[in-house]
Design a protein around this ligand. Structure first.
Ligand code: G3I
Length: 450
C-alpha cells in the first residue's frame, strides 16, 4: 500500500517537526512533540480535526446492546443503516412504506448529534418481491416513486444518499450490470439522481459501488466515465462512494490514492462508505492505516465509514474485519486508524529514553543510542548494564514498526508496538531497525531482571 502524508493532520505536522530536529537533543524533541498530547482520542474527534467524519453501519436490532451503543456514541459521528433503509425494508408492498426500523437508527443518530448517510434508494439487490417481478416502464415508475417517497420522508435529515448502488458488472467488461433496473433503459441512473435531487435538494447525491478501488480495473474506469459524463451534462451527482470491502484475495490496491484523487478531480466528493478488511494484528492494521492515509491525502475525501462496529456485528464476522473485537475492545487496526487520523490514546516520549527499574533480585539499565538513519527508517542500539539476565521492553510510537533486529530474539505484543528483548548469547547490547512512517520519536525503553 502506498502511503501518502496527510498534510492537514496533526500527526503529520508533528512528524515533520520531529523529523526536522532529530539531530538535536532529546529534550528538545520532547518539547516539540508535546502537542500530540492534546490530540483527539476518538475516531470521530480525530477525523473532525481535518474536517472529515468517521462513520459506521448500524443495525437497528443492536440498538438495545449497551456495549454496541456505547462504542457507537463515543467513536462515530456518521451513521449508515446497514439494511433498514433498503428497498425491501422501506417498501415491502408496493406503495406501502414503512420506516419504523430506519427511524430508530436515524432518530438515534440525530439525537446523538450524528449525521446520516442514506443507503440506498435504487439497487438490483434487496428489492421487495413485487419489485423483483417487475420490468419496463412499470418498474421505472415504481423506482422513481420509491426514490421520491423515501427521499421526501427523510428530506433535510440526510447528509448524503447512496442514490444508486452497484450498477456495474465485475470483471473486465466495464459494462452495466444486467438487472431489471438496467433493462428499463440506460438512462435509469440519471433518472434516479434527478428524482432524488427534486425530493431532497439539500442532500449530497452519491453513486456507490465495490471493486472500484483499483484505478486500472475496468469497473473503476467505467464508473469514472459515467461520473465524467454526468458532470459534463449536468446530471446532479455530488459524490462517489467506494465501499472498500477488502480481504487477502482483494487487498487494498497500491494505487488507491490515485483512484480517489482522479474521481475527486472530476469535481465530486469521494467517500469510503463500507470499509472492512479481513485479517488481524499488524497486517490488518497496516491495511487500515493505508486506507486512512489515502483518504486523508485527498482534499475531497470527506469521510470514512466502517461496515459495522465489532467483528461479531459484521456481515462476514468470521473474517474479523472491523476495528473492535467481539467484546468491544479496540484492535490494533483501531489504534492504527486513530493514529493515522492524528488522534492518540498514548502520548509520545516526554523524558529521555533511559529508564531504570529495581526489582527485588537486582537492577539493570538500558541506554538507547541512535544508529544510522534513512528517509524511511532508522537504526537504534541498546546497551544494557547491571546484569546478564535482563529483559528490555522497547515501546514504539504508532505508526512505527520494527522491521529487523540483531543480537536478540524478540517477542511482540498484539499491537506490534511493544517488543520484549532478552539476551541471545551475543552480549549485553542489541539493535533494531524502525520503519518510522513519518514518526521519528525515539522508542521508549524499560529494563527489568528476568
Ligand atoms: O433479519 C433476517 C432474519 O429475520 C432472517 O432470519 C435471516 C435469514 O436469512 O435473514 C435476516 O436478514 C439478513 C440481513 O442481512 C440482516 O442480518 C438477510 O438475510 C441478509 O441478506 C442481509 O445481508 C445484508 C446484505 O447487505 C444483503 O445484501 C448484510 O447484513 C449487509 O451488511 C449487506 O450490506 C451490503 C451493502 O448494503 C451494499 N454493499 C455490500 C454490503 C455487504 O454485502
Amino acid at each position: 500500500m502506498r502511503t501518502v502524508p496527510n498534510v492537514r493532520s496533526k500527526l503529520f505536522r508533528n512528524a515533520v517537526v520531529a523529523g526536522a530536529v532529530t539531530a538535536v537533543a532529546a529534550a528538545t524533541v520532547a518539547v516539540l512533540s508535546a502537542p500530540a498530547a492534546q490530540a483527539a482520542t476518538t475516531l470521530a474527534g480525530a477525523a473532525q480535526e481535518s474536517g472529515r467524519y468517521y462513520g459506521t453501519a448500524v443495525a437497528a436490532g443492536r440498538l438495545s446492546d449497551s456495549t454496541y451503543v456505547g462504542i457507537l456514541n463515543r467513536e462515530f459521528d456518521m451513521v449508515t443503516a446497514e439494511n433498514e433503509m433498503k428497498l425491501d425494508a422501506t417498501e415491502p408492498n408496493q406503495n406501502q412504506f414503512t420506516f419504523t426500523n430506519a427511524d430508530r437508527i436515524v432518530n438515534h443518530a440525530i439525537g446523538q448529534g450524528k449525521r446520516v448517510r442514506g443507503h440506498t434508494l435504487a439497487w438490483h439487490s434487496q428489492q421487495p418481491g413485487w419489485m423483483q417481478r417487475m420490468e419496463g416502464s412499470a418498474l421505472r415508475q415504481a423506482m422513481l416513486n420509491h426514490i421520491t417517497r423515501v427521499a421526501t420522508y427523510y428530506r433535510g435529515k440526510i447528509y448524503a444518499w447512496d442514490v444508486v448502488n452497484e450498477a456495474f458488472e465485475d470483471g473486465s467488461s466495464g459494462a452495466r450490470r444486467n438487472s431489471n433496473l438496467q433493462r428499463t433503459g440506460n438512462d435509469w441512473i440519471e433518472a434516479a439522481f434527478r428524482a432524488a435531487r427534486s425530493a431532497d435538494p439539500g442532500a449530497k447525491l452519491c453513486y456507490n459501488d465495490y471493486n472500484t478501488d483499483n484505478w486500472s480495473h475496468a469497473k473503476t474506469q467505467a464508473v469514472y466515465r459515467m461520473v465524467q459524463d454526468f458532470k459534463s451534462r449536468g446530471v446532479p451527482i455530488d459524490c462517489v462512494g467506494f465501499q472498500a470491502h477488502f480481504n487477502s484475495g482483494n487487498p487494498v490496491p497500491s494505487n488507491y490514492h490515485t483512484t480517489l484523487q482522479n474521481f475527486a478531480n472530476l469535481g465530486v466528493d469521494v467517500q469510503i462508505t463500507e470499509l472492512d478488511i479481513e485479517g488481524s494484528g499488524t497486517t490488518q492494521a497496516d491495511q487500515y492505516r493505508g486506507v486512512t492515509q489515502a483518504c486523508l491525502a485527498v482534499t475531497r475525501c470527506t469521510g470514512i465509514t466502517v461496515w459495522g462496529i465489532r467483528d461479531t456485528d459484521s456481515w462476514r464476522a468470521s473474517g474479523t474485519p472491523l476495528l473492535f473485537d467481539g467484546s468491544g475492545n479496540k484492535k490494533p487496526a483501531y489504534h492504527a486508524v486513530l493514529a493515522a487520523l492524528g488522534g492518540t490514546t498514548t502520548t509520545g516520549p516526554t523524558t529521555p529514553p533511559v529508564t531504570t527499574t529495581t526489582p527485588p533480585t537486582g537492577s539493570c539499565t538500558a541506554t538507547y543510542s541512535e544508529g544510522q538513519k534513512w528517509s524511511d527508517r532508522f537504526n537504534g542500539n541498546v546497551t544494557v548494564s547491571g546484569t546478564n539476565n535482563w529483559v528490555v521492553t522497547v515501546t514504539l510510537s504508532s505508526p512505527q514498526r520494527i522491521i529487523a533486529t540483531w543480537n536478540t530474539s524478540p517477542t511482540w505484543d498484539s499491537t506490534g508496538l511493544v517488543m520484549t528483548a532478552r539476551p541471545n548469547g551475543n552480549g549485553n547490547s542489541f539493535g533494531f531497525t524502525v520503519q518510522h512512517g513519518g514518526n521519528w520519536s525515539w522508542p521508549r525503553l524499560s529494563c527489568r531482571v528476568g
